[in-house]
Ligand binder design. Structure first.
Ligand SMILES: Nc1ncnc2c1ncn2[C@@H]1O[C@H](COP(=O)(O)OP(=O)(O)OP(=O)(O)O)[C@@H](O)[C@H]1O
Ligand SMILES: Cc1ncc(CO)c(N)n1
Length: 272
């Protein structure tokens, strides 16, 4: 009997420049050989310098996209990215349990450029109603601080924050990402029982547009293939680090990561 095709879904905003959001997620699913599907929440007019405009889809249209997938498509893992307001979050929160698939939440609040992508009051709804539905939440340090309302100054604080998100707010697991602040690119994963650390050398680059989206999409792709959580994060970290190392200097601002970089690294490794 042939194995089922792994199917992954992203519920997120569209980034016209193709480096973050839905576009980053679908490129990542494709690269890692999971069949990718999308539910678009908002359309952004965006490039490497920032977000010039945002149009939110009516919640009823988000619901219709979710129902279209539920009615017909197999699904083995899903992620959420930009969900800008409470009305949209409600629709998503109602739909998630019906999928019966691992759920990864990237709690997108602010773009790399500093533009706000989620209404500030919506963070309480996200914390109370969406986080308890997750198998994994992947905040960066500012997002983890926003969720727990506690400052993070050290690696130990990152671990405490991950524990707080799991035991205090009901996430299945939490991956707190230190890319923005810590010396090396340290991420900590807490799965409710054990703490894991993932590190890579910090790469000096301004081409980090969409790193968080791409990382959580890679984790989702591996989960859709039945890879256990810790191993999925480990492999996704390799994927995003290669993507950052081979990021593209395109546009006038923060260029995008390279979604096919692991192919380049594979090729390079074979040469040496
Ligand atoms: N300069 C860097 N060098 C190496 N790894 C990095 C660098 N910046 C971020 N990372 C890593 O990339 C991954 C994505 O984390 P990051 O903190 O950038 O997410 P994010 O802030 O959610 O992204 P975004 O800016 O897209 O919202 C993490 O594993 C992080 O450690
Ligand atoms: C649509 C969208 N989602 C997420 C991010 C976060 O990087 C972004 N810049 N744009």
């Amino acid at each position: 009997m042939s194995r089922p095709i792994p199917c992954a879904l992203t519920i997120a905003g569209s980034d016209s420049s193709g480096g973050a959001g839905i576009q980053a997620d679908l490129k990542t699913f494709q690269e890692l050989k999971s069949y990718g599907m999308s539910v678009i929440t908002s359309v952004t007019a965006q490039n490497t310098t920032g977000v010039q405009g945002v149009h939110h889809l009516p919640p009823v249209m988000i619901k219709q996209q979710l129902e279209a997938i539920q009615a017909d498509m197999p699904l083995h893992a899903l992620k959420t990215g930009m969900i800008a307001d409470i009305r949209m979050m409600k629709v998503v929160a109602e739909a998630i349990p019906y999928f019966q698939a691992p759920y990864v939440m990237d709690p997108v609040m602010v773009a790399t450029s500093g533009d706000v992508l989620m209404e500030s009051e919506a963070r309480f709804y996200l914390r109370e109603h969406l986080i308890p539905l997750t198998n994994l939440v992947t905040p960066n340090i500012p997002e983890a601080e926003m969720i727990t309302e506690k400052n993070i100054e050290s690696a130990a604080d990152m671990e405490a924050s991950a524990e707080h998100i799991v035991h205090g707010f009901g996430a299945g697991a939490a991956l707190v990402k230190g890319g923005h602040r810590m010396g090396e690119a340290l991420d900590v994963l807490y799965d409710g029982k054990k703490m894991y650390r993932f590190t890579s050398d910090r790469i000096t680059t301004k081409n980090t547009h969409g790193t968080g989206c791409t990382y959580s999409a890679a984790i989702t792709a591996y989960l859709s293939q039945g890879v256990p959580l810790e191993e999925a994060v480990r492999r996704a970290k390799v994927y995003i680090t290669a993507g950052i190392r081979h990021g593209f200097s395109i546009g006038k601002g923060n260029g995008p990561t390279n979604h096919w970089a692991i192919r380049e690294e594979g090729a390079r490794d074979e040469c040496h």
